[in-house]
Design a protein around this ligand. Structure first.
Ligand code: SF4
Length: 324
């Protein structure tokens, strides 16, 4: 059941996930489409996440946005920017901004988008963010290019950052870091679930599975706001394939923190319910690093969640599919 509606306020709204936003030209959603999106979200009882461009919206838009409870997703565009934890907002930045800008953080949720090369070379900078934000989400934008040697490097990098996370835990803090602590906290899947639990309304007044489906081809629309108002229906071809119970590998998998990105699936395997090997192996490398971290913290700390992360002998669920 859909619970969230993502509304892209402009064609240049910040990308907060795997796909880059290729749009350079501003195209603000019309005020009519914005109001209609809010109206439909209220009718369907969906929570809204507004995704902002890097320029100030007209006051008329801000007034309309303020008519409903919502979450905000902003990019960090200024070179001296203090990130504050306000209104459950999420701030997004690219690694290049982290390297060049003098950014002060004070709490809040930060999404850091980077390429694997940045992750391998900038682990110290990434680890230094952990005590400064409430939650750090790393999004690896070229995850589909991971090779076996990249995985070895990734394992080493995660072990290094894990030391920092452990030190923070043992010092009484509770850092949230998607690559290492999410799996520790989860006892059931927490995938992205685009197309099932969340949908996206683009500035053209049309619905999409997620922003990436819009960015990659605006003809990917699953319906427009006007006809949805009349019918409450969207046209999602083979909608069941977006569901976990129709994903032959993922439904058995306990890499609960994995995003299970259906856009990446389609890009790499041409099937929304079939992940690439890279997505699975990266997620399992994080799962193993989380397992080791949990065991190490438990040796020293009294309080930890009761989660059990079993030791397993595979890094790619495809290898054990016959046992499932
Ligand atoms: S690791 Fe692979 S099989 Fe497991 S949830 Fe992620 S994409 Fe699905």
């Amino acid at each position: 059941m859909v619970q969230y509606l993502v509304i892209l306020l402009d064609d240049t709204s910040v990308s907060y996930c795997h796909a880059d936003n290729p749009n350079a030209e501003r195209k603000l959603i019309s005020i009519e489409h914005l109001k209609a999106g809010i109206h439909e979200a209220m009718r369907q009882n969906w929570m809204i996440q507004f995704v902002y461009p890097d320029y100030e919206l007209p006051q008329e838009y801000l007034d309309v946005i303020d008519t409903i409870d919502h979450h905000d997703i902003f990019g960090i565009e200024k070179s001296n920017f203090e990130v504050e934890n306000e209104n459950d907002s999420v701030r997004v930045m690219d690694y290049s901004q982290l390297a060049t800008a003098n950014i002060q953080f004070s709490g809040g949720i930060l999404v850091l988008r980077l390429a694997k090369k940045d992750l391998f070379e900038g682990d110290d900078k990434i680890a230094a963010l952990l005590p400064k934000v409430e939650r750090l989400n790393i999004v690896i934008t070229d995850l589909d290019t991971f090779t076996d040697s990249d995985i070895e490097r990734y394992r080493t990098i995660l072990a290094k950052i894990s030391e920092k996370v452990k030190a923070l835990y043992l010092g009484g803090a509770t850092p949230q870091f998607n690559l290492l602590t999410d799996r520790i906290m989860l006892s059931k899947p927490n995938h992205c679930n685009a197309g099932v639990e969340n949908l996206t309304l683009a500035p053209n007044g049309k619905f999409y599975i997620c922003p990436a489906f819009y960015y990659s081809n605006p003809d990917n629309s699953i319906g427009d706001i006007k006809s949805f108002h009349e019918t409450s229906e969207l046209q999602i071809p083979n909608q069941q394939l977006f569901r976990l119970d129709y994903a032959p590998l993922c439904r058995h998998c306990d890499a609960y923190h994995c995003r299970r990105c259906v856009w990446l699936n389609r890009k790499t395997t041409l099937e929304v319910n079939t992940p690439s090997r890279e997505q699975c192996v990266v997620a399992h490398t994080e799962r193993e690093a989380s397992r080791l971290l949990l065991a190490e913290i438990r040796e020293k700390a009294t309080f930890m969640p009761e989660t059990e992360i079993k030791e397993i002998n595979y890094n790619d669920p495809f290898e054990v599919r016959k046992e499932w």
